[in-house]
Design a protein around this ligand. Structure first.
Ligand code: NAP
Length: 165
């Protein structure tokens, strides 16, 4: 996909809709990491506290890192909710997870960029991507990643709101 602008949700999900297990992502695809970096560089990335804690190297460089939490964490900007974080943002914003952030970000995002990994993940500690309401989101075409055809991708765009509402 070419560079997009606005507020996007970005996630990788297993066939079952799993995004993480026990505080980590249970797969690794370098093509997807490279694409994630390319898309998010220069923008604001908004994440939940557990996703921040899960990052092996933090902050993610050359991006404004923002954490949503009731706590204060040294070395990173923190906000108690997404709306107050967004009030300080200019330019492109990516909601990078985890599940709680994705769920709340559905109200604020213009599009959802999903990568489907081929892994099967069944684990008691699994967390899932929230349901996508197709009355609100229009599904784009399912396309393979050009560098790794095992990975499929779909972008959902927010449907135009009915102006008579
Ligand atoms: N596959 C992927 O693309 C992907 C991407 C990112 C993360 N992940 C995985 O997702 C898992 C983490 O997800 P998660 O849902 O458990 O945690 P999370 O959303 O990363 O963090 C949850 C915490 O963030 C704060 N928070 C999140 N949303 C909030 C909101 N709307 N308002 C106020 N506070 C909010 C709260 O922090 P306080 O308790 O401090 O107040 C909450 O306890 C990990 O396994 C991670 O590896 C996967």
């Amino acid at each position: 996909m070419s560079q997009v602008h606005g507020r996007g949700i970005i996630a990788a999900v297993s066939s079952e809709g799993v995004i993480g297990v026990d505080g980590r992502i249970p797969w690794r695809y370098s093509e997807d990491f490279k694409r994630f970096k390319r898309l998010t560089l220069g923008s604001t990335i908004i994440m939940g506290r557990l996703t921040w804690e899960s990052l092996p190297k933090k902050p993610l460089v050359d991006r404004r890192n923002v954490v949503i939490t009731r706590r204060q964490i040294d070395g990173v900007e923190c906000f108690p909710d997404i709306a107050s974080a967004l009030a300080t943002c200019e330019g492109d914003v990516w909601f990078i997870g985890g599940a709680r952030i994705y769920e709340d970000a559905m109200r604020f995002a213009d599009f959802i960029d999903l990568t489907y990994v081929p892994d099967r993940v069944e684990a008691p500690g699994a967390v899932y991507f929230p349901e996508i309401d197709e009355a609100i989101w229009e599904a784009g075409r399912l396309e393979p990643d050009p560098e790794n055809h095992q990975l499929k991708r779909r972008v959902y765009r927010r449907r135009k709101r009915d102006s008579s509402e």
